[in-house]
Design a protein. Sequence first.
Length: 301
Amino acid sequence: MPHLGAHMSVAGGLPLAVDRAVLHGCRALQIFSRPSSQWRARPLAPEEIASFRERADAAGIVRPVSHASYLINLASAQPGLRRQSLEAFGDELDRAEALGLLGVVLHPGAYTTGTESGGLQLIAEGLAELLAARSGGRTLVLLEQTAGQGTMLGYRFEQLAALLDQLDGHPRVGLCLDTCHLFAAGYDLTTAAGYDETFIALDRLVGLDRVKVFHLNDSKKPCGSRVDRHEHIGKGCLGIEPFRRLLNDPRFAELPMVLETPKAVSTSRGPVERDAYDEMNLGVLRELLAYPSANTSASNR
């Protein structure tokens, strides 16, 4: 079965994110290894790195990942922002390598005043440069399929395919699929037929083997809205059935699936305590795994 988990705060130090995951019975984990909305980041002490790795291994956390800073925009044609973005994402990759993470989830970027094709080219060139400089590494770049707000790239499978093509199918580039983003981008997962059509298209254009992790989020906004607003599982426009299909889809049975749903508890000061919303959402997902419907998807009939 898939490995369920959640994005956990690193307040108080990265090892406490593992403690929070353990408290909620998680087998998967996503963190920010550096601030999500600041360019400056403190260096990670060797002791903190060692403690994180030891706790994650002891807890049986499967293929943990980090999420890159929201400030990073590899599609930007502005020299200053592009330089900062390349430096910051290079640091993200180095931190993930040190922490033993599967990879770093990255929003591909927004082309803003440029063009779609130009933005895609800039992303591919930036990733090629960063990966070439780290040719001995194992950490993956996990391009996150986006909702498509504004000029954000990566919301259509064709755009993700174009990036991979420009990177010559680099083996260290995978995908992170977000259920809210898929729905907002126009991929209707609410019916068995729509679910199947979505993954048939993804397999044809990109390949299902590129999918390395899922973000599990319901959507506050309707299909095709291109608005990224996460909601609790089963409480939004997606409803329960898409999650039942996904959780019981044998093609994704070994992948980490991570919640990014709203939190009930503020962890800004570093307490390790139960979050009622995480418990609720994880409970819903576990119940869907325990009691799949007779027909989770047309592909499984």
